[in-house]
Design a protein around this ligand. Structure first.
Ligand SMILES: NC(=O)c1ccc[n+]([C@@H]2O[C@H](COP(=O)([O-])OP(=O)(O)OC[C@H]3O[C@@H](n4cnc5c(N)ncnc54)[C@H](O)[C@@H]3O)[C@@H](O)[C@H]2O)c1
Length: 213
């Protein structure tokens, strides 16, 4: 599973230098890969683990500019597979988790909703559980404004607008958001989510069912 460079013992280096380790799930995707490059550039003391299943949406070429960076390591794994997640937490003991990994294409969710529930809902719960066991001090789920439903050509939502998803992708992200709330309420676990707007990328033109922004 682990494809870290032989020359570098990530965790030993952390112990010696008290560097922070960030576990980024879904880091081979569109937004996660840009986030990783940003962090490595801006915070040279931080170490980043990119934990990604490499579905059709993941592409390590997005990260070719950092693959030799000593502060970066790629680990192939599935957020919905307890064994994979256990291994990555036990090996690296991250301080922070930024959870991007998701099935993210609305049209695909209409055709095959099950994998969206597995990755986006079950996967989020599994990552949350291990983050709690490992005393992760910051957990951020990257969610979406699609949990609020659809806007017309104009308009906006406030953070506390009613949750009103219109497709299985949005419903699975809304469920994951609620799991963050539950973790916060009952354990309590330091976890939050960010409902970001759509980002533009080449394949966006193929998304026929997106709401108008
Ligand atoms: N792109 C947008 O416009 C947008 C807007 C709002 C929110 N978001 C959210 O941001 C996050 C990232 O979006 P993106 O556009 O970069 O997505 P993406 O589809 O480009 O990338 C998703 C990544 O997750 C990985 N992945 C999928 N299933 C996995 C699994 N089971 N285990 C581990 N890795 C898995 C894929 O291999 C891929 O690298 C998602 O959670 C999405 O819901 C995206």
């Amino acid at each position: 599973m682990n494809e870290k460079p032989d020359t570098f013992d990530f965790y030993e280096d952390k112990k010696k230098n008290s560097n922070k380790i960030i576990l980024v799930t879904g880091g081979a995707g569109f937004i996660g890969s840009n986030f990783i490059k940003f962090i490595l550039d801006k915070y040279p003391d931080y170490k980043v683990i990119n934990f990604d299943k490499l579905t059709y949406a993941g592409n390590l070429n997005n990260l070719s500019s950092v693959e030799e960076n000593r502060n970066y390591v790629f680990v192939k794994g599935d957020v919905a597979d307890k064994k994979d997640v256990k291994n990555v937490f036990e090996e690296f003991d991250p301080d922070f988790v930024i959870h991007f990994a998701a099935e993210s294409h609305v049209d695909k969710s209409i055709i095959n909703p099950e994998i969206f529930l597995q990755t986006n809902v079950l996967g989020t719960q599994i990552i949350l559980n291990f983050a709690r066991e490992h005393n992760v001090t910051k957990f951020i789920l990257i969610s979406t404004d699609e949990v609020y439903g659809s806007l017309g050509k104009q308009g906006s939502w406030k953070e506390d607008a009613p949750i009103s998803p219109n497709n299985p992708y949005a419903a699975s992200k809304a469920a994951a958001d609620l799991l963050i709330r539950v973790a916060h309420q009952i354990y309590p676990q330091l976890a939050s989510c960010s409902r970001s707007l759509s980002r533009h990328r080449p394949c966006l033109a193929f998304r026929k069912n997106r709401r108008n922004l």
